[in-house]
Design a protein around this ligand. Structure first.
Ligand code: AMP
Ligand code: MG
Length: 419
């Protein structure tokens, strides 16, 4: 037994040698996860937010034809007046989807609508607003135009044969439109990652239930639900599981049988009823880490059957921070999507923050853009890992890396915007 008693934590607290860094925990998780390979074909609209399992190659030119970018008159560039006003003969009309089939000759023009195919012989369009219609067959055009103006060329957006999207791309609204412009009704994507989660703790009650002395409402399942909902995964909410070995075992079995990822909160700190760890040890290969971070020191990661298991801390802020730092990138990797690093920005910190090098800290902050365009950030109020309102108040995490010491007001810090 150790004869050393830890002092209460403060800015100068020492760090233990068995703690692992945020970076090495992330590395370990990243290396343990292989992307899902199950491919499904879905109607185009259902693919929004999903990860492409095929590359997308344009079968056609987009646009398909050289066409007018304006409502106006199509004509030969050589007919554009240099230093006077010219009158041209209107010989026909070209509408989007209803081409003019004749030929445009010198001294002639064709009334043309946006998107209509450029008539043979015409290479320029003059906007309607820059002309004067004399009668049904004659229009006056002034100076200042150039040959080729107001024309969109076949394939200028995307050329036939161009590989526009690669496997691993997460499909955006713009991508849906681009793919629709090729005429594809269905595409191949990876199936969604299935995530089961539950809370553990005898003190927890679900919303809508009555509280007895010492009981609290389960909020972690709601923050987890919210964060998972933003990630295009399938969500299986398994409720609250009591601190009872049989209940925990049954929940682990059920969750790992139906999900790719199992997330729990609570019950991984020291002094917890000690069957959660033995149950996990017996059922899978699990690491219990003390991570050199604040909030969120204890984290469990490993394999439970075929599922990846994340045992998050119980404290509500720690749940959110560990989810964002560890689970979110893991879900991204599992989904087959290209790895997207969280955006980190520089901001001037307007508060003093006490910290000692050796661990990563995630303080809740509110950043704003100053008149000169630079960013400034302030701490929200109290920073305890049970103060969930600090996450509601915050619009960013202030990330203080391992090697960093305290921050003085006016120093630059890194921030990670939330959402
Ligand atoms: P634990 O890690 O289980 O000891 O939990 C640490 C703290 O977080 C305790 O104060 C718990 O009551 C609280 N906690 C655990 N799970 C939840 C939950 N699902 N919702 C709200 N608070 C929780
Ligand atoms: Mg507990």
């Amino acid at each position: 037994m150790s004869n050393r008693i830890e002092t209460a934590e403060n800015c100068d607290s020492e760090f233990e040698s068995d703690w692992i860094s945020v970076a090495s925990a992330k590395d370990h998780i990243n290396q343990s996860i292989a992307p899902l390979t199950d491919v499904i074909k879905l109607p185009l609209r259902d693919c929004l937010g999903q990860v492409l399992a095929q590359s997308i190659i344009s079968p056609i030119d987009v646009p398909g034809h050289t066409n007018s970018a304006m409502d106006g008159y199509a004509l030969k560039g050589e007919d554009l007046p240099q230093d006077s006003v010219k009158t041209l003969k209107i010989i026909g009309k070209a509408m989007a989807g209803l081409p003019f089939t004749g030929q445009c000759n010198t001294g002639e023009c064709i009334r043309i609508m946006t998107g209509a195919i450029m008539p043979d012989g015409a290479d320029s369009v003059v906007m309607q607003e820059q002309t004067e219609l004399l009668d049904e067959t004659r229009v006056k055009i002034g100076t200042g135009h150039r040959q080729g103006q107001n024309v969109r060329y076949a394939g200028e957006d995307i050329a036939a044969g161009e590989a526009i999207f690669k496997v691993g791309r997460r499909i955006t609204p713009a991508d849906l439109g681009v793919i629709a412009s090729f005429g594809f009704a269905e595409i191949s994507v990876f199936r969604k990652v299935r995530v089961a989660f539950f809370s553990t703790g005898d003190e927890l009650r679900s919303v809508g239930e009555n509280l007895s002395e010492g009981q609290i409402y389960d909020s972690n399942r709601y923050t987890l639900f919210g964060m998972l909902s933003q990630l295009d995964v399938e969500i299986l909410d398994m409720g609250v599981v009591q601190d009872d070995p049989d209940a925990v075992r049954a929940a682990f079995e059920q969750a790992s049988g139906m999900a790719d990822v199992v997330i729990t909160s609570g019950g991984v700190s020291v002094g917890e009823a000690d069957y959660i760890k033995p149950t996990l040890r017996a059922m899978g290969s699990i690491n219990f880490w003390k991570i050199a971070m604040k909030p969120g020191r204890p984290l469990t990661y490993g394999q439970l059957g075929k599922a990846h298991f994340f045992g998050l801390p119980g404290n509500p802020v720690a749940v959110m921070v560990t989810f964002l730092q560890f689970v979110k990138p893991a879900l991204q990797r599992l989904s087959g999507s290209e790895q997207v690093k969280s955006l980190r920005l520089n901001a001037v910190c307007l508060d003093n923050i006490c910290k000692r090098p050796g661990r990563t800290e995630y303080q809740r902050g509110v950043y704003k853009q100053l008149d000169n365009g630079s960013l400034a950030v302030e701490l929200t109020g109290r920073q305890g890992s049970g103060i969930l309102s600090s996450m509601s108040e915050a619009n960013c995490l202030i990330v203080l890396n391992d090697d960093q010491g305290g921050v003085n007001s006016g120093d630059n810090v890194l921030i990670e915007p939330l959402n």
